[in-house]
Design a binder for this molecule. Sequence first.
Ligand code: GLN
Ligand code: ZN
Length: 761
Amino acid sequence: MATIHNLGFPRIGKQRELKTTVEQFWANKISIDELTERSAKLQHTLLSLQNQSGLDWIPVGDFSLYDHVLDTSFLLGNIPPRFLTDIEQRQDQYFRVARGRCRQAAPAQAGEMTKWFDTNYHYIVPEFSANTRFSLHPETLLEQIRTAKSAGIPFKPVLLGPLSYLWLGKSHHFNKLELLEQLIPIYSQLFGRLEAAGADWIQLDEPILALDLDKHWQQAFRQTYTALGYGRLKILLTTYFGPLQENLDVIRDLPVHGLHFDAIRAGTETDIIIDTLDTSQVVSVGIIDGRNIWQADLNGLLDRVEPLYQHLGERLWLAPSCSLLHIPLTLESETHLNPELKSWLAFAQQKLESLHTIKQALTRGRSAVETDLAENRHAIKSRGLSTEVNNKAVKEKLETITPGLLQRNSPYSERAKQQKTGLKLPLFPTTTIGSFPQTPDIRKARKRYRDGNSSLAEYHLELENQIRIAIAEQQACGLDVLVHGEVERNDMVEYFGELLTGFALTEHGWVQSYGSRCVKPPIIYGDVSRPNAMTVSWSRYAQSLTDKPVKGILTGPVTMLQWSFVRDDQPRDITTQQIALALREEVNALESAGIPIIQVDEPALREGLPLRKRERNEYLNWAVNCFKLCTSGVNDATQIHTHMCYSKFNDIMESIAALDADVITIETSRSNMKLLDAFDAFSYPNEIGPGVYDIHSPNTPNSADIVKLIGKAAQKIPPERLWINPDCGLKTRSWEEVRPALQNMIHAAQILRAEHTRRGV
Ligand code: GLN
Ligand code: ZN
């Protein structure tokens, strides 16, 4: 019989129970006991939900109160020394590492957070040094196993493997691989405990096998698994997110009982992987896409899987390609989706059901599940033929893209002259990134309108009122380039998703981003077009209130793509081009409405970078071209800005420059302008506003610090090309915090201007 199993499941719950529970705990509204009790209950529900799909193995250890990498650090006793104070409760200590504080515990600098491979999930970065000592603390994991056992669940512990754990951590001038010798015995010890707890298999996740590994890391795999392998606990070595390529050699002759690979992203390696493995090893094929929300073509899949089953028999295991953490829990909660579109979708629960159908078809014949297969065939066909998906006019418009559409009329130096005359900005112009505080008033007005308790006209009046407040505040503190405040947007992607064709929004499609933070990515299901203007009336209204230039703000095409679930029936670059064309119309319309500056945000540009270096140039090429397609339709005198934040930018500086935006505002204050080191080797040609204060902190930045930061920046960029602005949008702050911060920022600009004039004289 073919075995079906799951690698990981969304943990936030149908009603985001995890979020509510931990947030109540943080706010001291519930006790540790209640936290434990409620989370065990949630875990039980999630396990039962998976069990309904007849899985042979269900993961335990994937559930986490905050982050599974942080759990691994606690499991292995690797807690950074600054947190080792006399905290009694383990949970308090855990959240203190995650968030820098918890309940009564004294604040400390939180563990750094960064993106999990190419997903939008953030993990807490483990910290390593020569002093790191590991020790085993399996209580939480064993407790989860008890929960599973008591519910009669066929469980399989899942753990981050030792090499990926080390790789994902940070260390200062220290070779992390030196820690292996210490780490391996801890894993061995743990295996003994898991076996004693009744585990048969363990899933060891080593996603770094999809990355470029040097020979030291490759050899470390052999060393590690030779020490760990072929014990009584059977190891399923698990890779996902990409092909193995040269790491195929790494898995050859490894003493593990099985290997899981991602057959969605590494499907072409199926045969070679099977050939590489031993005839006694299990081959787990990740055939259901764990990164996307589309219903799989089950009939097509069976055509691929049936011969594998014939060849491998019991050795064949089937699973989603990766953990289902990255997609929403269940479609059942969606009541407003268009039924046809809904029939094309599968969230985590539905993905497991598909797996079950495949198993039935393999073991009992396709006829045993004919109804399911017919329904699936129908859904796949209707998606392929739908006029909602395929829009001829959009396709034709793409054909008209010529290289000329990707270029501004004149080079930056020429444009800058015209913009200087037109905009009349002082040296070191000051601006913000777009959003202003989303006040309770704005939220209330939005809710009233959404609940049907106010009319569209009333809602719009309220938004205008809020824009008036934002403009007045900005004028009062003396900013040079104003914004309307993005009051109409609940979210920078969702807002545009609601107005463009080809996008659908869910009601409960939440996906964990970090800790208790969840996002609801739109679904791009069809060709994208812009039936109506989306932001023009708001920007125009704002501009009518002031003589200062108002900057229009849009979310860029690459970010729209990155932060949505995307089509799997056409290449990503084509989808992005469509979005870019639609946004180009908006950019041009803003210009026609008299908006002199337009900012196109691309905070997710870096995030889309492929995991393998050799694929990066191709991505950067089309990503840059899509930005240019979106922004090149304006006159020289119109100033194009872009904005980026919270990524490493140094290694893609050339592509950032290739965007040819007149101005880029970019987050740097957290790293104390480290970004600017990139300009030693590469001189940035256009204007730049390195963020001068961290908007995530409630602290007020002082003018002297800002002057110092800009002083540093001025060593690399001539003052004539420097702007002064915060790191990112201010929507999460209050006006009480924003006001003094901006005043100090503007005061800093005045000091800098005075200094500059003095020196010039
Ligand atoms: N314009 C957006 C804002 O100000 C940018 C947000 C972002 O970079 N994530 O909120
Ligand atoms: Zn930002």
